[in-house]
Design a protein. Sequence first.
Lengths: 595, 102
Amino acid sequence: MYSSSHIIDCPSTHAGVRQGCRELRGYLATCGLDDQQLAEWELVAIEAGNNAVQYSERHGHAAEPIRMIVNTGEESVEVAVTDHSSNFDWPADVALPPDDSEHGRGLFLISELTDSVRYLRGHEENFLLMEKRRPKISTELDVQRDDSLEHTMHLMTEELVNSYETLSAIFRFSSEISLVDNVNLYAEKWIGELMKVTGGTWYVLRQLDAQKGTLNLISSFGGRSSCPPKLPLRGKGQEFRCVECAAVLRRADILFDGGTPQQLLTGLKRTFGLPLSGLCHPIYIGQDLFGVLTLGTHSPNSTFTVSQINLVHTFADLLSVQINNLQNYQIALQAREVTRELQVAAGIQRSLLPQDIPQPKGFQIAAQSINARQVGGDFYDVIPCPGGGVLLAIADVMGKGVPAAMFAAIFRSHLRARPDLLTAPGKLMMWLNRVLFSDLDHVDMFVTAQLAYLDPKAHKLVLSSAGHCPALLTGKDMDTVLSLSGEGPPLGITPGATYEAQCYDLPVSSRLLMYTDGLAEMRNHEQKTLGDDAVKEWLLKSAEQDSPASASCATLLQLAASHCDIHHLRDDITYLMLTESSNSSQAAIINSFML
Amino acid sequence: MTATMPLPSTTLVIATPEDLSASNVGEFRERSRAQIENEHMCIDIDMSRTTFVDSSGLGALVSLYKIMAVRGGSVRLLNPIQSVLQLIELTRMHRIFEVVRA
């Protein structure tokens, strides 16, 4: 059966056994074994030899050499290792120890790498006999070299083909991203390919919701029931009950199989049944956790190879980037849609302001309104009244943006609904509060407003205010500015509130400014407000210069712009300017709408 | 297929010898442990020059894994040759070590 034999005696030390195994490998190489078989026999022999050293030391036989007898034949190789222990026996079942055990793998390796193992106990010494069949030995070394080269080329080609197919799949999926509007289907397709390559039969892909601390289901396959849509990350003991949470919390892959504590697989068991084995891989985009991919089979002990694990990593990492990009793309599309709708809304709001402000005889009126956002809660109107007068109205809805703009539009329509009250600002204000109260109260909003009826013939102004900042009045020969305020809460605060109207005689060459609080409260880079005093000072100066309303609006805008960047306002600013001048040229209306 | 990543400063790199077996594993274990500092959260074991590992060698690697596991860290095995990689897979050591091949 065996055509040749070789004996190696080595000292009963680990170093001695190591040297003996090198000699064993060298001998087997001359017998024509390939590199793979040589590596395996070298490992088997050293495990057997180390075992012999260990048990000989224990029982006082350390001085006796360890003998390795190598028998080779055409069909098999046998290695017998002697030991002189009295207390070792080959176990009935040779299994791997726990993963974190530092010992106990030697006998497993001997068992796995040979075809048969027998342990024969003798009187003075024992024999561990290990045998393994060998491929057909050729005496032609050139043929061996060619076979080896061909085998290597085949492996390299296979690896290249696999790499090519994988890269090809990656590029194909990447190019499809722009055609996809369903993340779930995209993930299913992508991971489906991965499952083919790895032999997986089920998977779960989850994405982290950082705000809620949950792992939310994106896609799954192969379950007999549906996966839970959300997994809480922070429950007590969650790390020990849920393998997906454990992988995320430990920031490391978890390979699981039939030997894994069943408690950890509770959730997966329910969905996919038993047995289960697989890989749970937390996915990161940079330093940020994206989610977790769990991929597996319905077998108790199939584990992925290192190459397959690396493939899962690559696919999962790329897929997460694609999904993230797709989601960002969808958010960007929605934002673009919202921006477009806001632009339309801004256009509608602009159209609700008076396009041509009525100019009563001997007076000029101009206005300016700048929203902090595309649409805002400030509003003004100038409504002609019977007898040549006008009602000037200014309002400020609490808040900014779309909600405030909607109420500003509602205010406008109600304001113009009572032409019979235009000359009675107090009564009109009461009516506005009554009709708007329930709507404002329902959404916890309010509106400050000011109504001023100009009677040019009587040269009087009747003003009513609902919690609004005072209007400013001055005249040509005045060196002070009067603050005109009224009693009464903002609209929407008190149902049935009453609003008094005050009547003022207009000074010569009078000049009236009605404005919203955004003007005086605008802050510069040092967080200092413009302030009412600065506005009053400006008004006095404009009275000195007797500039018409339109020019005054422009200089007030310059004052505002010199204080802070009016393209980045925190609140809307609006003002209405009324001037009385001997120059009765048509006033220009300045309606500037900026973002 | 595996991308290389820049080395964080809390990573210790240890090279295994050409031969990691019972005859020299004690010395490797001592030398490695002496290099571990408090701030190290990852050990990269460079196996590119190692041509032979036995079960004692694997045990030494596991001992390093246990040291890092206590502090929430990790151990990676870099560039094992094919025969060593087969040993790692056969003994399922790739369940606790990340194996990186450049």
